[in-house]
Design a protein around this ligand. Structure first.
Ligand code: BGC
Length: 437
């Protein structure tokens, strides 16, 4: 109990999933605004033009977080609200909105954290190739500079890129997320530029003293299907892609291309000094883990040479997201990432479970109880875990899955926009008030 008490508890949200007001007060369109307009991209044919209407209801939502006893409010900035065209002159109304959010957090006593990029690139920049264009490094640098100049006097914790593998893999390799691009060339060029941009963003923020600057890493437990050499190698390849690609270049370890040979092609996009420029000695890493995947060798799948064995084929229950929910991943990844050198401060910067609208919210409580067990174990091993941010406060727009999965501890009636604490929120409130004793 003692060590759990030393942890900070918070919540995480993201701009496109919650804000709505997609064209209000001078905001430009983002790649998600345009992607959701294309046919058959979103499971329930929805979009986030309104989402949870955080833009107009942020005070109510922040109050709810405070009422539950949470200490950190992590939100992302919508790039196209700040720069409607992606670059150029900043939109004063966009700056004003985030000033209001930050000031309100401070007023009611919850710490604001900023994520600079949670997948919603301005469409105007996508029109120029998006992250496949090397200019994206300077676009992002200009954007981060503006954020720092306006907000770093009050916001001390910054997360640069949220889950590089998910936005690059989904958006530039598989085409299932915005901007819907496919293919290895798109994937590796955009990945290289995103990592360089993130390292540049780190330097820009660290010019200001006193900031804690980190990144948020998507972590998925990968296991081989059969105990064969081929399946073990397949698991290593997918693990490299999912869990190492977005951290090792920043540590100066280069790209892990021995274990995932297709990455050797990245060298086509190198410019002199890139390997050095990729280094970023983050103040912390945000670990975000949801699922376990089991893979087997498949020579016919290009580049990956592996295929996923779906949970239902393994007699494991699939969540509404189609994945196997895996709270045990919390302990596994905290222990694993604690082994990297140099040692980093770790946060669980997202953590949650997707339920369908008919599932009992009790399952969410059970999920978080398992997470707490995992955290206790790693704290006993003296791993430098600082806190946990829940994903997420209110049921929101879950990307290509629309509004079907429910990740919130608070439900939303989308007709009235009424918010209601679920039993998991009430449980958490009680739990937090007890551990403060
Ligand atoms: C993302 C969130 C997303 C959640 C559940 C994370 O990968 O950062 O935006 O809603 O997982 O899929």
């Amino acid at each position: 109990m003692n060590k759990i008490r030393s942890l900070k508890w918070g919540v995480a949200i993201a701009a496109y999933q919650t804000e709505g007001a997609y064209n209000k007060d001078g905001k430009g369109l983002s790649i998600w605004d345009t992607f959701t307009q294309k046919p058959y991209r979103i499971k329930d044919r929805s979009n986030a033009k309104i989402a949870t209407d955080f833009y107009h209801r942020f005070e109510e939502d922040i109050d709810l977080a405070v009422d539950i006893g949470l200490q950190i409010f992590r939100f992302s900035v919508s790039w196209s609200r700040i720069f409607p065209n992606g670059t150029g002159v900043a939109n004063p109304k966009g700056i004003e909105f985030y000033n209001k959010v930050i000031n309100y957090c401070l007023k009611v006593g919850i710490e604001p954290w900023i994520t600079t990029y949670h997948w919603d690139l301005p469409q105007k920049l996508q029109d120029k190739g998006g992250w496949t264009n090397r200019d994206s490094i300077s676009w992002y640098a200009a954007y981060v500079t503006i954020l720092r100049n306006h907000f770093a006097d009050r916001v001390k914790h910054w997360i640069l890129i949220n889950e590089g593998i998910v936005c690059m893999g989904g958006g530039y390799f598989l085409g299932v997320h915005a901007p819907g691009k496919r293919g290895i060339r798109n994937f590796i060029s955009s990945t290289h530029h995103l990592l360089l941009a993130q390292a540049e963003g780190f330097k820009i923020l660290k010019k200001r003293e006193g900031l804690q600057v980190g990144t948020a890493i998507s972590c998925t437990k990968i296991e081989p299907y059969r105990n064969t050499n081929a399946d073990h190698k397949a698991a290593i390849r997918i693990d490299t892609l999912m869990n190492r690609l977005f951290i090792e270049p920043h540590l100066g370890l280069g790209y892990p291309d021995n274990d995932f040979p297709a990455l050797k092609r990245i060298s086509k996009f190198y410019k002199k000094g890139d390997i050095e420029a990729l280094k970023a000695d983050f103040d912390f890493w945000g670990i975000q883990t949801y699922a376990r995947e089991v893979v087997k060798a498949a020579w016919y799948i290009p580049y990956l040479r592996a295929i996923q064995v779906k949970p239902e084929k393994r007699n494991v229950k699939t969540s509404v997201m189609g994945w196997e929910t895996y709270p045990e991943g919390v302990q596994y990844f905290l222990e694993r990432f604690a082994k990297y050198s140099p040692k980093k401060t770790l946060w669980l910067s997202e953590c949650g479970v997707a339920l369908s609208k008919n599932e009992d919210d009790q399952k969410r409580i059970e999920y978080y109880q398992k997470v707490i067990e995992g955290m206790k174990t790693v704290l006993d091993k003296n791993i430098n875990l600082k806190g946990i941010l829940l994903w997420t406060l209110i049921d929101n727009f879950e990307w290509a899955e629309g509004y079907i999965p429910k990740f919130g501890i608070i439900s939303l009636d989308r007709k009235t926009m009424h918010r209601k604490m679920k039993i998991s929120a009430l449980w958490l409130k009680k739990y937090l008030s007890n551990i403060k004793l």
